[in-house]
Design a protein around this ligand. Sequence first.
Ligand code: F6R
Length: 287
Amino acid sequence: MEVLIQPNAEHAAMMAAWLIARQLRAQPDSVLGLATGRTMEGVYHRLVGLHRDHGLDFSRCRTFNLDEYIGLPPDDPRSYRQYMNHHLFNRVNIDLRNTHLPDGTAADLKAACREYEASIRRCGGIDLQLLGIGVSGHIGFNEPLSALRSRTRDKSLTPATRRQNAAMFGGNPENVPPRALTMGVGTILEARALLVVVTGAEKADILAQAVEGPITSMVSASAIQLHEDCKVIADETAASRLQGGAYYRWIFENEPDWNEARRALNTDDPGNAKTSAHRRAGGPHDH
Ligand code: F6R
């Protein structure tokens, strides 16, 4: 595992987008595993910018999202399908037929989950899986006690997750659907590479447990320690409880492998950081 600590959430999003873009440029027909949530909005905003300003091509890539609420049809504005269309798919040159989310309205949910796994396999497996971490320690919607070998299935959401996601449902956790379909921890671990993005002080404890704590199904995100190609991008506030922070920073600043990324993102040039903060003032709706 590599932990890349970035000065703030904006730089964390830039770094994640740069790594996804590098994957897409090296392999234009990549299969990307995608996540939703607030953290990813910044990442998708950056990817849209790379498409618009630098021609990043999505025309051949295929995508599989981690999860979808049970009972929300794809045209419901609160569904993850609509989130993805709004934040990414409708703003880049992706073929919507190549984008997949679990079908939370299927009459037979178990069959839909089996079919989802089969369709990932038919595409040759996921090359790069993007992940956030929830306050309950989940990846996807793998709440505590999800088996480390679990596959795509339906899952009941914890009260903490329903509180975390209440904003899209009028602020009331009771309105958040109680169940969702999610790729399993085992499904996620089969991706060829994992890219985890975590920002904000409220994630500092859970990030420390996931990265440095014991591997336990009580913290599904701790399963990322089992993956041989896992990068974790955290901003300073989320990284504040990591015991190895100084070591992780030293690696990022000194490893030749990261020269290209450091140059591309220019994170050590405060002038540039200021410029990008100015650009951000336009916000996600400036295009
Ligand atoms: C959603 C998903 C979740 C989120 C996590 C963090 O598709 O996979 O695991 O990544 O709940 O969400 P935010 O970024 O909203 O804190």
